[in-house]
Design a binder for this molecule. Structure first.
Ligand code: S3P
Length: 750
């Protein structure tokens, strides 16, 4: 289905007239809206009922009324529009009159809820579909009916579906489209068949069920008693059973085949619920209810046309951290962001069920989850870190209805584009202000070498448009930069390529994609810096235990190191060797860090990390540690500000293209807090000193916000941090965990 761009109302020929035949709620509201908005030179109403015509005039629904239909039809000219607004089964009678009297240059459309039967009737009467006929269906209405129920704003923000046929001339479609957008509707187009299937499921069946439930309850002996208590659920569910019976009789018979098909599915679904109830099968019941609840939530967001990340649009959150504090105790920080993204992606592309525990319920990984739901994957949860993904297989994704919105999440976008390059459908990826400035050529260029076609925004940034149906060729690619996102993107595209795809990296980067692919039974070879896989395999879903994110644990590792007298343990943290740069660097600076209970969880090494305070000293950070600590530098800079002497970072130009330019953002903030921090092209030079009180801006970058929060532990007075909403992208609950360990951190809503 495509939402057509709204043509200007002027496309309705000046001086054009509108004739509405049948002045019920739909026809009457259209007449009234068109009249009030001056869309036509004249709005004429026709009806079999003199009483309706009288009321229509009295209520100002039309300019004039006409009871002699043949005469008014014959008087119409090019630029005029006829709308057939009578009940579905009466439409053929009117069409017969149109065929006899309406000049061929006059556009005509209908408003019936079923399109197949109308098109069949038109073909039978005209012998072929005339080019002036534009089948249409406004998705609006209410349980009220008749001309006196007419509302001038009935179509505002409602959809109208047009189903033009091959024979329909564009000039007529454009005219009808302009009429509907002129009365406030959003106009979409789809095929007749698609329309009837979609409407059978979303409109016709719900009406049938509502009528059936009320009729069943009404015929029960104790019906009086039942209805006395029938508030809540009954009222919500059966509102539409007050709709016009003739109309629904007609619709049901006109779309019988599609309705019976979906009715059969619901009947067998109800039968299996019945069996589950009788046998006390809680899992079945819970499965149905959770899936339905999630799907309902998802549809609501689509219906409301809202971004998934609602909290992100809300008012600015600021942090205020009081000076000083000692960290004590134990905490478990949220799940690993990188692994959570990959669990959703690979779980969706796998065969069978993937059950994830420890999933990060942060905005970034939720954006990935939402994207896969938008592509038809059933995903239950998240519920306290538990997510159940019903994999659709490598070829099972469906075209999303609109652009996939990925919020702040670079990982979602860069990894997804690799998967989408291998699909048969086109897709569009968009993001928030920060993501919309981030470099995407690093993935688009090598994917183009594989045969993909990807359009980027100006300067190689999002939005990305990925054209489907391009068969992918494998490549041997030398990564120009150490980036796990680019590596992962190409490996995921390699799943769809013929032959062996290999990626050689200049330095080791996080290898979660490789590990998880192997965990799903997919062969991935690693030979020094070269990773390779063959296309055309199968992923087999299974359980995934997501460890706590070492990037989130970092804030407390630094915090406990710099706050004198601290001693904390962070449990179940991922210590994948490609992620432990922060531990290596803090230890080089004199940090006191002990790994306890080292073990494997779902293919990833984990440990409990004990951190005690220590006197840190400045160092030259070894460049090979940079990719292993790439997300941890903002916090490491705070450690450097509290260390004795100079800390020098080089070889880290990648930091300039993260959620913010992290070198500049930290240098600016530290300078405000009285620390000498000189940015260089690829790093920074920081002199340890006394952190002062002040007001800094995180620039909407979650890691900058959290880094300045822990700086408060060694500050001489409070620090105010602006733009902290995005902490929710990676660390929901940061304020609570911080305070439970001993920070004095509060949120200030603006
Ligand atoms: C990530 C890789 C890193 C990192 C990002 C997550 C991943 O980016 O900064 O937060 O999950 O693959 P690059 O690989 O582009 O450095």
């Amino acid at each position: 289905m495509t939402d057509s761009p709204l043509p200007s109302v002027n496309k309705v020929a000046p001086g054009g007239r509108l004739l509405v035949i049948g002045l019920g709620l739909i026809g009457g509201s259209l007449s009234l809206a068109a009249r009030q908005r001056h869309l036509f030179s004249e709005v004429i109403g026709a009806s079999r009922s003199p009483e309706t015509l009288r009321k229509a005039l009295e209520l100002g629904v039309v300019d004039r009324v006409e009871s002699d239909l043949p005469m008014v039809l014959a008087s119409l000219r090019a630029g005029d529009i006829v709308v057939v607004g009578v009940p579905t089964l009466t439409v053929p009678k009117i069409i017969a009159q149109l065929q006899e009297y309406l000049p061929p240059e006059v556009s005509f459309t209908d408003v019936a809820s079923v399109k197949g039967s109308i098109v069949t009737a038109v073909k039978a009467i005209y012998g072929t579909v005339p080019e002036q006929f534009v089948p249409g269906h406004p998705i609006a209405g209410s349980e009220k009916s008749g001309v006196s129920a007419s509302l001038p704003d009935l179509y505002d923000d409602h959809r109208v579906i047009l189903t033009p046929l091959a024979a329909t001339a564009e000039v007529h479609t454009a005219r009808v489209r302009a009429m509907w957008s002129g009365v406030g509707a959003t106009v979409s187009e789809m095929s007749v068949e698609e329309h009837d299937e979609v409407l059978a499921a979303t409109s016709h069946l719900p009406h049938l069920l509502a009528y059936s439930l009320v009729d069943t309850l009404a015929s029960m002996e104790e019906n009086r008693e039942i209805f006395r208590y029938a508030a809540g659920g009954f009222r919500d569910f059966t509102r539409i059973a007050a709709s016009d019976p003739i109309m629904w009789h007609d619709i049901t018979l006109a779309n019988s085949a599609a309705i019976v098909e979906v009715l059969d599915s619901v009947t067998s679904h109800l039968q299996s619920l019945r069996t589950a109830i009788l046998s006390g099968d809680s899992e079945h019941l819970l499965g149905v209810f959770t899936r339905a609840k999630e799907a309902r939530h998802h549809f609501q967001i689509m219906l409301d046309n809202k971004a998934y990340l609602q909290t992100m649009d809300s008012t600015e959150i600021q942090y205020r951290v009081e000076a000083g504090g000692v960290l004590q105790g134990q905490a478990r920080v949220p799940g690993d962001k990188s692994i959570s993204h990959r669990a959703i992606m690979l779980g969706s592309l796998a065969e069978g069920i993937t059950e994830v525990s420890g999933f990060l319920e942060g905005e970034d990984s939720l954006a990935t989850l939402q994207a896969f739901r938008d592509m038809g994957v059933v995903i239950e949860g998240p519920d306290k870190g538990r997510v159940v993904i019903h994999g659709v297989g490598l070829q099972g994704l469906k075209a999303p209805a609109g652009p996939l919105y990925l919020g702040n999440s670079g990982t979602s976008m860069r990894l997804l584009v690799g998967i989408l390059a291998g699909q048969t459908f086109d897709s569009v990826l968009t993001g928030d202000e920060s993501l919309s400035t981030r470099p995407m050529k690093r993935v688009a260029d090598p994917l183009a070498l594989m045969g993909a076609e990807i359009e980027t925004g100006e300067g190689g940034t999002p939005p990305l448009r990925i054209l489907g149906n391009h068969s992918l060729q494998s490549i041997d690619y030398n990564l120009p930069m150490a980036s796990a996102q680019v590596k992962s993107c190409l490996l995921l595209a390699g799943l769809y390529a013929n032959g062996e795809t290999s990626v050689t990296e200049p330095a080791p980067t996080r290898d979660h994609t490789e590990r998880m692919l192997r965990g799903f039974g997919y062969e991935v070879k690693t030979d020094k810096g070269r990773v390779s896989l063959n296309g055309d395999g199968v992923l087999q879903g299974g359980p995934i235990d997501v460890p706590s994110d070492i990037s989130s644990a970092t804030f407390f590792m630094v915090a406990a190191s710099i706050a004198e007298g601290s001693d904390i343990t962070l449990s179940h943290v991922g210590i994948n060797p490609t992620r432990i740069g922060v531990i290596n660097i803090l230890r080089l600076m004199g940090g006191d860090i002990t790994l306890l209970n080292e073990r494997l969880a779902g293919g990833e090494p984990v440990a409990d990390i004990r951190v005690r305070s220590s006197v840190l000293k400045g160092i030259a950070i070894p460049e090979e540690q940079v990719p292993l600590a790439i997300d941890e530098f903002p916090a490491i800079f705070v450690a450097a500000a509290c260390a004795e002497g100079t800390t020098l970072l080089t070889g880290a130009e990648e930091l300039r293209v993260k959620e913010s330019d992290r070198i500049q953002a930290m240098a600016d903030g530290l300078a405000i807090l009285g620390i000498s921090a000189k940015p260089t092209a690829d790093g920074i030079v920081i002199e340890g000193g006394q952190i002062q009180s002040g007001e800094v801006d995180s620039l909407g970058d979650h890691r900058i916000a959290m880094s300045f929060a822990i700086a408060g532990l060694r500050a001489s007075g409070p620090i105010l941090i602006r733009n902290c909403n995005n902490v929710a992208t990676s660390f929901p609950g940061f304020v609570d965990v911080s305070n439970s360990l001993g920070l004095k951190l509060g949120e200030v809503n603006q």
